[in-house]
Structures are given as C-alpha cells and as structure tokens.
Design a protein around this ligand. Structure first.
Ligand code: OKV
Ligand code: MN
Length: 241
C-alpha cells in the first residue's frame, strides 16, 4: 500500500543551507509520492518553542504543510534537540506527533520506532539532562520566558554540551545492547528503527532466542541525506541529494 519513508537527524540549522535545500527537494519529490513519511527525531538542530519564527522554520513549516495537504501522512517523533516541538507546529504542518517508542506493523511485523537517545543508557550525564529538561514543569517554565532569554539559555546549553561530549567515548554515546534487547522484549517487537547515534547499520539482535532486526538511520549533512524506504519491493536505503 505505497511507500513508507523513514528519516532522522537532519539537524536543520541556518548554518547548513545545503541540507535544508536537500530536505525541501526531498519533500517536494520522493516524499510527496510516498504514502507515509516518518521523521524519527532531530529534524531541527535546536528548538526553543513553536513561536520562534526564524526563516528556516517558516520554510520547513510550509513545505511540510504542502506535503500533508498533498496526501502524504507525516508522523514525527521528538528528538533530543527538538523535543519542544508542540501543538502549534503540528497544527501548522499537519504532522502527527507519535510517542517514543511507537509500535507500528510493517509486513505484519511489530516494528518499534524510536529516536534512539533513550537507548544510550551508559551516558548518565545525558540521561540526567534529559529527565531534567523533559519534566513538564521545567518545560513550561522555559516556554514562559521571552524568546531572547530562551535563546541565551539554549546557547549556554549548546556550549556546555560540546565541552562535555568531547570528553565522552564512542561507546558511552552509542546505544546500550541490553537496553535494546529489553526494549524489543517489552514491546514484543521484532524490528527497531532509530537514529540519533549517526552510525547507520543493519544489526541483528537475539531476543529470547529469536532474531530481531535493528535498522539505524544516518544523519543528514553537507547537503546529503538518507531515507530508509519500505514498499512492496522490500527495504532499501536511498541516498537523498
Ligand atoms: C537541545 C541539546 C541544546 C543534547 C532548557 C528547559 C531549562 C528546555 C530547554 C534548552 C536547549 C532545547 C530546550 C538544545 C538539546 C542542547 C545541547 C545538548 C545533548 C530548559 C526546557 F532547563 F533551561 F530550563 N532547552 N534547547 N543537547 O538549544 O534546542 O540533547 S536546544
Ligand atoms: Mn539525536
């Protein structure tokens, strides 16, 4: 019943206009011909509230609106950077916010969709940051502030995070194998699709003696993207240029 496309980690920012152009061409082309588009988090490099009316945000909003108006269903998951995407953005774009994790069926197989940051359980400092900023009261307090103070706070977070990450090892920043297996088991899923780690690969895990597949999406950068496609002809990774 048509093509489903999975993308994540575009990290759209005014500093990378080539990646934005690539995404806009993708929305007007391949995505528009598809039945469904799943954006598995970190569409934006930063998101400090739906009321931030930067030119980049306006361009993405109207392109997504055109896509959904043309009949492609668009589902979006929060990433670790754009977890403040809210109701106004969804209303303006026609996208549907899905929870993380989100269980769907593809080819009759229970398939779990996640951003991936929740699986990085070895990165304790990040998980602490995640709990703090995702607390409903903390989010509300942040969104009550002026755009100028939110921008200042966000800049400070980005600077401190860059410092912290340069000291972390690659293993700490990857998914935890046991977290993957526990998550697959808890949801009875035989397949997991996620992004976040920027380590595109097809993995096989053993869950209670059965094989489960983990498909990791690539990040988009320097004007080049990747989409995972599922259609009647099966699974394929597409280079988006
Ligand atoms: C998002 C990340 C910056 C990682 C702050 C409350 C608080 C929200 C926020 C501020 C930062 C999102 C919203 C951004 C993710 C970074 C740096 C590292 C690892 C508060 C609620 F606590 F200050 F009140 N933030 N921004 N990082 O710039 O988009 O995920 S952000
Ligand atoms: Mn991420």
């Amino acid at each position: 019943d048509g093509e489903s496309l999975f993308i994540s980690d575009l990290h759209l920012t005014p500093d990378q206009p080539a990646t934005l152009d690539c995404f806009l061409r993708f929305l007007a082309g391949r995505a528009r011909a598809a039945r469904r588009l799943y954006i598995l988090g970190d569409l934006f490099d930063a998101w400090i509230g739906d009321d931030d009316d930067a030119p980049l945000h306006r361009a993405v909003r109207s392109a997504l609106r055109e896509l959904t108006a043309a009949g492609t269903e668009c589902a979006i998951l929060h990433g670790n950077r754009d977890f403040l995407i809210g109701r106004a953005f969804l209303r303006e774009t026609g996208c549907r916010l899905r929870p993380d994790p989100c269980l769907i069926r593809i080819d009759g197989e229970p398939t779990l969709l996640m951003h991936g940051d929740r699986l990085c359980t070895d990165d304790l400092a990040y998980q602490r940051f995640r709990r703090r900023v995702r607390h409903p009261l903390v989010k509300r307090l942040f969104l009550w502030k002026s755009l100028a103070s939110r921008r200042a706070i966000a800049a400070d977070y980005r600077r401190r995070s860059a410092e912290a990450n340069s000291a972390k090892t690659a293993t700490i920043m990857d998914v935890n194998q046991q977290a993957v297996i526990d998550t697959l088991r808890r949801h009875g899923a035989t397949r997991l699709i996620h992004g976040h780690t920027h380590r595109p690969a097809d993995h096989v895990h053993e869950v209670d003696g059965r094989a489960a597949q983990r498909l990791v999406l690539a990040e988009w950068r320097d004007g080049v993207g990747e989409a995972l496609s599922h259609s009647a002809s099966g699974w394929r990774r597409l280079a988006i240029e």
